[in-house]
Design a protein around this ligand. Structure first.
Ligand SMILES: NC(=O)c1ccc[n+]([C@@H]2O[C@H](COP(=O)([O-])OP(=O)(O)OC[C@H]3O[C@@H](n4cnc5c(N)ncnc54)[C@H](OP(=O)(O)O)[C@@H]3O)[C@@H](O)[C@H]2O)c1
Length: 296
């Protein structure tokens, strides 16, 4: 199993490309920031995320040696095909947009329309990734998806070097616990994405009441409110606590935080630098087992 050397924070760029005109500056800021790892995907903003990162890379004269971009292979946006051929095309599209010949990590992304058996079949999507790794075009291969049981099944195949779980291991949710354990037993590299549950855990000014892109129960929201009250009591910003909850877990190699503006990029640096009183974590535990999240 190939193990990636990682820094604790990776900048997530799924929002990049959704604000025409403003996002090239953001892509450039991300690639010039104190964070050296960026996470994107073939299908983020219909390819705009990769395209803007590529434009920013060219704008700064090439990707500096100490920086890396991770991406993901997606199904065909028109036909929905998730075959070996599609995976190779997805990779060619990604590398062309980014202007990079090789990628240190390429994930199988959200494989919800095919069975694990089909994905793992000879000549299938995972086989294609393995061949690209053998050819040296990809350094490591990963599985990046939501649905917990599906991710566990892919982790158990023992062919992936890395796993990315999201919105399932946060200050109010431990449902990815088994994924973290299974991956750790196998010596896999672990990314924990969306430590803010996509926003609700980061601040009171969050634009909605969703958690992990879904509507939570009233019980779950009450638990989020208890978390916020605890933060207020301890004088900790919710986003700082939510981020450090992931940063302090020894099973997690890098936490992927979505950054949609240069202001949020500066905020992220501040949250990373901030410290949380060690006693806070016992107080968080004392809130009790979080209610079931809306995610599966
Ligand atoms: N299947 C997969 O592979 C998968 C799935 C999900 C995520 N990911 C990766 O993980 C990354 C992170 O996911 P994510 O962005 O959905 O979730 P996240 O990191 O938990 O949350 C990011 C969101 O938090 C909000 N936020 C930050 N500070 C805030 C504050 N002070 N007040 C209110 N809101 C605040 C931001 O909102 P604003 O827009 O207002 O700045 C941003 O949209 C993605 O970019 C992607 O790279 C991968």
């Amino acid at each position: 199993m190939l193990h990636l050397e990682l820094e604790p924070v990776t900048v997530g760029t799924s929002g990049l490309g959704k604000r025409p005109g403003a996002d090239l500056a953001l892509a450039t800021a991300i690639l010039s920031s104190t964070f050296h790892q960026a996470d994107t995907s073939n299908n983020y903003a219909d390819g705009e995320s990769e395209r803007l990162l590529g434009e920013a890379i060219r704008g700064i004269g090439g990707l500096p040696e100490e920086r890396v971009v991770f991406s993901k292979g997606d199904q065909d946006p028109v036909t929905g095909a998730f075959t070996g051929d599609r995976m190779r095309r997805s990779f060619e599209e990604s590398t062309e947009r980014l202007g990079l010949e090789t990628l240190p990590l390429y994930h199988l992304h959200d494989p919800y329309t095919i069975s694990v058996t089909d994905a793992m079949a000879p000549g299938g999507a995972v086989d294609a990734l393995i061949r690209l790794r053998e050819q040296g075009r990809i350094g490591a291969i990963g599985i990046a998806a939501g649905r917990r049981e599906l991710v566990e099944e892919y982790v158990r195949t023992d062919v992936f070097d890395a796993v990315l779980t999201h919105n399932r291991y946060t200050v109010v949710d431990r449902s990815a616990e088994r994924i973290l354990d299974l991956a750790t037993e196998r010596g896999m590299t672990v990314f924990n994405a969306a430590p803010f549950g996509a926003g609700i855990l980061a601040g009171d000014n969050f634009r909605g009441r969703t958690y992990g892109y879904s509507e939570p129960s009233a019980e779950f929201l009450a638990h989020v409110d208890r978390f916020r009250a605890l933060c207020a009591e301890w004088g900790v910003e919710p986003a700082t606590a939510a981020l450090h909850f992931s940063l302090r877990d020894p099973r997690i190699h890098s936490t992927v935080v979505g950054v949609n503006s240069t202001e949020r990029l500066a905020e992220l640096e501040r949250h990373v630098q901030a410290s949380v009183d060690v006693e806070f974590w016992a107080a968080l535990d004392a809130l009790g087992t979080p209610p079931a999240p809306p995610t599966d």
